[in-house]
Design a binder for this molecule. Structure first.
Ligand code: C5P
Length: 220
């Protein structure tokens, strides 16, 4: 049997952390769909392609190979054979990813790949924005994580500070809101919970609390 656990939510709600923990705990394949939008964005940046030029974007995607490989702490992302796992994690690439994610034509290509990955995996935890609504509308478990923008910005701020980066909270809050706007106003698949998703607000909860709540939902 193929069991699919779909975890969706906005930028910074903690879904990657939780999805990785759940996948590890259950021994399921972890599929990070956002990483694929990011990998395309990185390639566009490298090739100096304007993300607003849909035709050029689609052309680049035609000969782009993206692979996700399960690793100790989640997943490694390969772009045309090169490990770009760290390079795709910048704010700039995140923003570009949101820009191209607005095109239905771009989504169509990636959704097909993501569905295929989920079907190939025996059991999978798939994480993103549309995994329970578009990619796997029949997923066995659907979780939608949310958190106030201020809380998500604060988490991101701490994370970057810990990495020794000089960042401003105000700037990060602005970026979080910008990305929310791009994701929520997409025409074909705006970010929203599936009707049968369990919604968990992580604003005032620790990672352990959220993890436990998600595990409870899975056990039901
Ligand atoms: O989750 P992550 O921050 O890595 O995703 C980067 C961007 O890719 C998101 O802001 C969103 O615009 C887009 N995305 C998407 N659908 C997904 C996953 C990510 O549109 N399933």
């Amino acid at each position: 049997i193929n069991l699919i656990i779909a975890i969706d939510g906005p930028a910074g709600c903690g879904k990657s952390t939780i999805a990785k923990m759940i996948a590890k705990k259950l021994g399921y394949t972890y599929i990070d769909t956002g990483a694929m939008y990011r990998a395309v964005a990185l390639k566009l940046k490298r090739e100096n392609v304007n993300p607003d030029d849909l035709k050029a974007v689609l052309k680049v995607m035609e000969d782009t190979d993206i692979q996700l490989k399960t690793a100790e702490n989640g997943v490694k992302v390969f772009l045309d054979g090169e490990d770009v796992s760290d390079q795709i994690r910048t704010e700039e690439i995140g923003k570009m990813a949101s820009q191209i994610a607005r095109y239905p034509q771009v989504r169509k290509v990636l959704v097909k790949m993501q569905r295929h990955l989920g079907e190939k995996a025996k059991n999978a935890v798939i994480e993103g924005r549309d995994t329970g609504t578009v990619i796997f509308p029949d997923a066995d478990v659907k979780i939608f994580l949310t958190a106030k923008p201020e809380v998500r910005a604060e988490r991101r701020y701490k994370e970057l500070k810990e990495k020794g980066l000089d960042v401003s909270y105000e700037e990060i809050l602005k970026q979080v809101k910008e990305r929310d706007y791009l994701d929520e106003t997409r025409k074909d698949s705006p970010l929203k919970p599936a009707e049968d998703a369990v919604i968990i607000d992580t604003s005032n909860k620790s990672i352990e609390q959220v993890f436990n709540e998600v595990m409870e939902v899975i056990k039901r």
